[in-house]
Design a protein. Structure first.
Length: 320
């Protein structure tokens, strides 16, 4: 276990042979276990999932803001950073990614078999979290999504909204077999565009943080790109029908959406209540896709709000 400025790192070796490199805000040991009887043991548990082209470090600011209020863990997802990175594209299908997060929840929950109090996710992490909440609502008490489309609205917009079709055209480039080499060329010149071409200044992207990204990307890009290659959800999607019952989320959900996102347009949250009956939507007009970096205080505040609601639900007396 290593510690840097309030962030503790550890490797979570999962039962099915995958290891996820994790970052947390509590004194985990090298196996990701909290000391017995530690004051943190009574706090609510939160897991945070990053997207492309990031890593667990993207949540560091928020992890620190939650310290002493929640035990929070952010993994490098499969294929990223120092986590396991299978070479087969099929290894990045949704069921395998969900399996990883379920096993991590088993490690992080307050007791064996208990749900995580809150699952927070952005971008591709959100795609994993949506699927987990659909498949195993018993394993997360609440869900929070940051700029990541529900599969039903994404399919609807990819089929019927020319603006979203154009905004998602970059996905075809990321599926190219030479995408990793092209993205790494000239000091990752193309990679910075994901942050800097979002309609506002990426002033949060400091020189020191750029160094963190470069070091992270130097460990490999193919794993992250395999999420795109393994997904049927991209422009030109063929005949695909998703029954409502398959994609209905029964978990209380908060969606934070930066409305200046130029890749995932705000139309993706229109009508979302059809598939997420217990939904709270927070639209942030001045934020982009990178809302967690631009508005970390707001994100941390919403996490604590969701946890407070969960505590009130647990404490609510049952009718007799």
């Amino acid at each position: 276990m290593a510690r840097t400025d309030g962030i503790h790192t550890f490797d979570a070796a999962l039962p099915h042979g995958i290891t996820l490199a994790c970052r947390g805000n509590a004194p985990f040991d090298a196996a990701g276990v909290l000391p017995a009887g530690h004051a943190y043991a009574a706090l609510p548990r939160v897991v945070l999932l990053h997207g492309f082209p990031e890593g667990a470090f993207a949540w560091d600011d928020i992890l620190r803001r939650l310290a002493g209020k929640a035990v929070a863990v952010a993994p490098d997802l499969r294929g990223y950073g120092r986590s396991s990175a299978p070479t087969e594209v099929a290894a990045y299908q949704a069921r395998h990614l969900v399996q990883d997060v379920l096993a991590l929840i088993d490690r992080c929950a307050a007791r064996p078999g208990a749900p995580i109090d809150l699952l927070v996710a952005h971008d591709w992490g959100g795609a994993v979290a949506w699927n987990l909440a659909m498949m195993r609502p018993d394993r997360c008490a609440r869900l929070m999504i940051l700029n990541s489309p529900h599969p039903a609205t994404f399919l609807r917009e990819l089929r019927g909204n020319p603006a979203q079709q154009a905004a998602s055209a970059y996905m075809e480039f990321l599926c190219r077999p030479d995408a990793a080499a092209l993205l790494a060329a000239d000091g990752y010149a193309r990679m910075w565009g994901f942050f800097e071409k979002m309609g506002r200044s990426a002033d949060w992207l400091t020189p020191a943080l750029r160094d963190v990204y470069r070091a992270h990307w130097s460990l490999g890009l193919e794993g992250g790109l395999n999420y795109y290659r393994a997904s049927p959800m991209r422009p030109g999607v063929g005949e695909m029908d998703i029954p409502d019952e398959r994609v209905t989320v029964r978990v209380p959900t908060t969606v934070l959406w930066g409305e200046r996102d130029t890749a995932l347009l705000p139309g993706l949250i229109d009508g979302l209540g059809r598939w997420v009956p217990d939904l709270r939507t927070v639209r942030v007009p001045d934020a982009t896709h990178w809302i967690a970096h631009e508005r970390p205080a707001l994100v941390a505040e919403e996490i604590l709000r969701a946890l407070a609601r969960q505590r009130s639900m647990v404490a609510m007396p049952r009718s007799v």
